[in-house]
Design a protein around this ligand. Structure first.
Ligand SMILES: CC(C)(COP(=O)(O)OP(=O)(O)OC[C@H]1O[C@@H](n2cnc3c(N)ncnc32)[C@H](O)[C@@H]1OP(=O)(O)O)[C@@H](O)C(=O)NCCC(=O)NCCS
Length: 419
């Protein structure tokens, strides 16, 4: 058994607001960036929840950083779960591989449990970092590139598309569309209030350049906004021909008509050689709208949002299932370490809903919580996720296949929100 050693020379604790500049200086060393720490600290201080901002300290020096913010995750079946969105994680290069990340993760996960959160979420800078902490890749995302030259759609657009100047009202319209849409989209999360103003360029940020681009709103026949697109462009000419690249920041639509109209609007612009959309769903319907589906090319398919189940029974009871199933599942956390814990739950699911309670009954299936977390949103197959997480012990023949089918969903999850 491997023992997790906590180096006592480091103190892991919540930071005080007046330690924010030092915290960013430490983060910058890990991210290989020279942040304007004082400027960013001034910007974030009024907004941050300091009960979720962790630092590792060696004496008075910050050597490690971990932060999370409160969000809400949409689940298969349209349930919702309170979540902890983990971000800006880093350890000074002089202090790496001494257990600092492990201790910050343990501290925030314990706090997350106390806060009543069901899941923790993150985007992994490097794939191998987070599996050991119980996270699994639950959402796959992809880059779509549309070649608009000569593109034709099967159907004509309806409603109207209007280019608008960024304003608080426009940001509000976009937010209303997004909030209605994200409640229907498993894998999507709620956003922070202030992100809308950054996203439309109304607020400057010390993190990077102020957003400067274009926004178009789609209105239905009654004049209600039911979709929006936000994009920037890079001017490009090839042999005297305009071949500019449009970078799509976001396109969200509440109806099929709005989705079609916004893609047509983009495809019909002059001077555009390609439209590139990152962090989209691999199951984007765009190619099916086109007479020549090959004009829309998908690439860069890979792991997007990672999920860790913090409250296993709570999480499994909260989501919907597309078939019936009854299983006793034992999930293991910190497998093979001195801190190993096991949670055994009886899951009883059908199309109307599910119950999931801790149980002492014999397990049908034992697996790592990271595998269960990967499969949680229905887009990653459990039978695949176990391969990266020490396999699964099947105590009842067929239990793995049953669980694999039970967790899978027809529509894949998607999260368009990066943090
Ligand atoms: C990733 C990072 C935070 C790790 O911090 P750390 O304090 O060195 O991590 P720990 O010492 O707690 O490592 C715990 C385990 O994870 C492993 N691990 C840590 N970082 C890893 C990485 N990048 N790739 C593979 N394994 C990694 C360690 O080897 C260790 O394994 P072991 O228990 O088998 O020995 C740090 O290297 C860093 O700041 N990297 C640059 C910034 C970054 O990538 N941040 C993450 C943003 S999502």
């Amino acid at each position: 058994m491997k023992t997790q050693t906590a180096d006592p020379s480091f103190d892991i604790r919540l930071i005080q607001p007046d330690e924010t500049v030092a915290w960013f200086d430490a983060l910058g060393t890990a991210f290989l960036e020279r942040f304007d720490s004082a400027k960013i600290a001034q910007e974030v201080r009024p907004r941050w929840d300091y009960w979720r901002i962790w630092g590792a300290f060696e004496g008075d020096t910050v050597v490690g950083c971990w932060r999370s913010w409160a969000t809400e995750l949409t689940l298969p079946g349209s349930g919702r779960a309170p979540g902890s969105a983990v971000t800006t994680v880093g350890v000074r290069p002089t202090h790496r591989r001494r257990g600092i990340l492990s201790r910050m993760a343990a501290a925030d996960h314990a706090a997350s449990r106390d806060r009543g959160e069901t899941v923790a979420l993150l985007y992994a800078a490097e794939y191998p970092i987070y599996g050991r902490f119980g996270y699994g890749p639950a959402v796959t995302h992809a880059t779509w590139t549309l070649d608009p030259v000569g593109v034709r759609f099967h159907e004509a657009a309806t409603g109207s598309v209007e280019l608008v100047k960024p304003s608080f009202e426009v940001a509000e319209s976009m937010r209303a569309v997004f909030d209605a849409w994200r409640l229907r989209q498993p894998g999507e999360i709620s956003r922070r209030e202030y992100t809308w103003q950054y996203d439309v360029g109304l607020l400057e940020s010390g993190w990077g350049p102020t957003w400067k681009g274009f926004i178009a709103l789609h209105r239905d026949a009654a004049g209600a906004v039911d979709g929006y697109v936000r994009y920037r462009a890079q001017e490009k000419w090839t042999k005297g021909q305009p071949r500019s690249v449009v970078e799509l920041d976001e396109l969200h639509a509440l109806t099929d008509a709005a989705y079609l109209a916004l893609w047509q609007f983009l495809a019909n612009m002059d001077w555009v050689g390609s439209i590139k959309a990152e962090r989209r769903s691999p199951a984007e319907r765009l190619p099916w709208l086109l007479v020549n589906a090959r004009a829309a090319d998908v690439s860069g398919t890979g792991d997007g949002l990672w999920v860790k189940l913090i409250d296993v029974p709570g999480a499994l009871a909260a989501r919907g299932y597309e078939r019936e199933g009854a299983l006793v599942i034992e999930s293991v956390e910190g497998r093979g370490t001195s801190g190993e814990t096991r949670t055994r739950v009886a899951l009883d699911a059908n199309l109307a809903g599910a119950t999931c309670k801790p149980t002492k009954r014999a397990a049908d299936l034992t697996l790592d919580v990271a595998a269960l977390s990967a499969a949680y949103l229905g887009g990653t197959r459990l039978r695949d996720a176990i391969l990266a997480n020490g396999g699964a012990d099947e105590h009842r023949r067929g239990a793995l296949a049953e669980a694999d089918a039970l967790f899978a969903t027809l529509d894949p999850p998607w999260c368009s929100t990066f943090f």
